[in-house]
Write a protein that binds this ligand. Structure first.
Ligand SMILES: Cc1cc2nc3c(=O)[nH]c(=O)nc-3n(C[C@H](O)[C@H](O)[C@H](O)COP(=O)(O)OP(=O)(O)OC[C@H]3O[C@@H](n4cnc5c(N)ncnc54)[C@H](O)[C@@H]3O)c2cc1C
Length: 327
């Protein structure tokens, strides 16, 4: 049987990571379980390159940099972090501890659970060209993290939406060349100025065009062949063709729901004893769906979990308790 934790956090978004930090700071044995291979949740997934201005202490931090900081803060207290696992069920056992079961059948054991899994999981629509999987995360990417890695490179963006235009224009500043390949003749969700910016750029736009073949060996992609028979050398391909969203079925975890989210009070307790909630997964009057609200809710959820685990535990602590890590 795998180890028993005090607190297991479902979701490694910004809320889950901060929850892990605060839980570690309260000296609770903590585990985080995240479905994606990477941490950071929606911030990493949707807007790593966007500047965020509304998190205290950071004026204009990129999503990617904020996630790095929150991750660094979480790792400081050494939680166990499991990625690439999706929790399907939370069962209470006879001894009142929880068994969390993932899609692959892996089991996790915990005395309490904090749900920080937002609205559910996201997967990008894959490129859908034969053999593309072998270049995934190496030369084929589905988010635009760490844009400097593309400096001086030949870039191909595959997208029929505004996201593809944004990515192409951002890449144009660092890459040696950028082409944008759209399998339709229109771009979705664009404003007039997006099209103007694209027309005034050096981005080569291909409409009604698809990638037919990827040329390269098992290790390296060299070029792409288009359905108009043109062949283009390429170093990296970035793909955005929309998302597949799978909403969390919180009711199947024995939790009350309201429009797919979990109703809580200011103590972040769910209807299920020992299960607490933080971040976008939670709903209460005047709830804001923001990164900073998740941080505050994380503290309240951990404080409630600490009291659940030991009724004599303090209601809150100050961060001076972690002086010992600074020896
Ligand atoms: C386009 C956009 C722009 C935004 N801009 C801002 C902004 O400028 N400022 C701001 O403060 N907020 C902004 N927000 C809102 C902010 O992103 C969210 O409030 C915040 O990301 C919520 O964090 P979270 O950790 O609670 O949830 P999420 O970021 O959704 O993280 C949940 C994590 O749980 C994982 N997960 C889900 N289900 C499971 C499961 N069953 N098992 C394991 N893992 C699971 C998911 O993969 C995900 O990583 C924006 C949101 C969007 C979409």
């Amino acid at each position: 049987m795998s180890e028993l934790y005090d607190v297991t956090i479902i979701g490694g978004g910004t809320t889950g990571l901060y929850t892990a930090f605060y839980s570690g700071m309260r000296e609770l044995k903590t585990k985080v379980i995240e479905y994606q291979p990477n941490l950071g949740g929606k911030v990493s997934f949707f807007y790593p390159e966007k500047k965020i201005f509304d998190v205290g202490g950071f004026l204009g931090v990129t999503g990617e940099d904020l996630v790095k900081k929150v991750e660094e803060q979480a790792l400081f207290v050494q939680p166990t972090i499991v990625t690439g696992e999706k929790i399907e069920a939370i069962e209470k056992q006879e001894d009142e501890t929880f068994q969390l079961i993932s899609t692959g059948g892996e089991m996790h054991y915990s005395k309490s659970v904090i749900v920080a899994s937002g609205m559910g999981t996201f997967d990008m629509q894959p490129l859908g060209v034969e053999g593309s999987e072998k270049y995934d995360n190496n030369q084929i990417h589905y988010t635009i993290q760490n844009i400097q890695q593309y400096a001086g490179k030949k870039m191909t963006v595959v997208s029929s939406s505004r996201v593809g235009i944004d990515w192409s224009l951002a890449l144009e500043r660092v890459a040696s060349s950028v082409r944008l390949i759209n399998h339709t003749d229109q771009f979705k969700a664009v404003y007039e100025h997006d099209m103007e910016n694209l027309e005034n750029s050096s981005v080569g736009v291909y409409r009604n065009t698809k990638i037919e073949k990827l040329n390269g060996d098992d290790r390296k992609l060299e070029s792409i062949k288009l359905n108009n028979n043109e062949e283009l050398d390429t170093d990296h391909i970035l793909v955005y063709e929309g998302l597949h969203i799978e909403k969390s079925l919180y009711d199947q975890w024995g939790l009350e729901t309201d429009k797919g989210r979990i109703p809580v009070g200011t103590d972040m307790c769910s209807n299920r004893e020992g299960v607490f909630v933080a971040g976008d997964a939670a709903i209460y009057p005047s709830k804001t769906m923001l990164i900073a609200s998740g941080f505050n809710e994380a503290m309240a959820a951990v404080n409630s979990a600490a009291k659940y685990l030991d009724p004599k535990a303090k209601s809150q602590v100050y961060s001076t308790v972690i002086y010992k890590y600074h020896k």
